[in-house]
Design a protein around this ligand. Sequence first.
Ligand code: UDP
Length: 330
Amino acid sequence: MSVLVTGGAGYIGSHMVLALMDRGEEVVVLDNLSTGHKWAVPQSANLVVGEAGDEKLVGQLIKHYKIDAIAHFAGSIVVPDSVTDPLGYYHNNTVTSRALMAAAIAGGVQNFIFSSTAAVYGAAKSNPIGEDADLAPISPYGSSKMMTEIMLQDAAAAHDFRYTALRYFNVAGADPKGRSGQSTPRATHLIKMAAQTALGDRPRLDIFGTDYDTPDGTCVRDYIHVTDLAAAHLQALDRLRGGGDSVVLNCGYGRGFSVRDVIAAVEKAAQTKINVREAPRRAGDPPALVAGVEAIFKTLNWSPAHDDLDEIAASALAWECHLRSLDHAA
Ligand code: UDP
């Protein structure tokens, strides 16, 4: 029995691989290394470099490694890129997921965990936002994930196949043991950008919009520590293996922090002021996005251990320091 983790060399996938291996599971990572890193995969995991949408390859892996569950992280995640290259995003996210699901069903894999996103909601009408809210993505990225959710629902109705789709809110932070973290050079996420600015790798941090209808005028998000997110995946896996039915769950903590709150937390961790510039709003940013978390707490045996913005900021900063030391050594 082993778990296939697609995208296991990437940010969130690598934390899932660590969580699985920490509890002694056998893991097969399938990653094309387009944005992931070989070094992010522990030596003791089986790393296969290839496409998650390669049905034949996945079929072989299922047989060879006796895979009983798939956690599907592989995909493209840069929202503005999805606007300029929608068909690329529908290919990497939707078409690939279809092929992976087909291989799973043909190979008798009944348990499937899918990395979905709060972007399926688009601009939330009210917060916290529950799973039953209207799905109205405002980017091809969000649509590509929503379409995969639809395929999962239909496939689960037709086949001996159950899934958990986890809708991630703002994932941040790094492995507390320093083994992995957000390593994509092009990442534009707030906490990573703030950490890089605090370390002097960027001259300044732009605050995108200070005139929102929020407590301090900046956008509010529900930041979840990547290690807690990986733990939610483990609980989802256990539930599916125990025969649990298909379900869609938000992944967040159910509380929001503003851009200014985040900057203050990173400043505290770095013990330095961050040079910020108040900039215009970024297109497509909803003012506030906070997860409704009743369902995840009711459904999974999940107890977050890192619900602390200071800890999230400190771990992200520590990881950024680690990446810098690798760069400087190279
Ligand atoms: N943000 C910002 N400056 C940055 C990056 C992000 O002000 O350099 C803001 C962004 O407008 C949003 C919040 O921080 O309101 C979180 O953005 P991020 O890109 O981290 O995640 P998103 O919520 O877009 O998925």
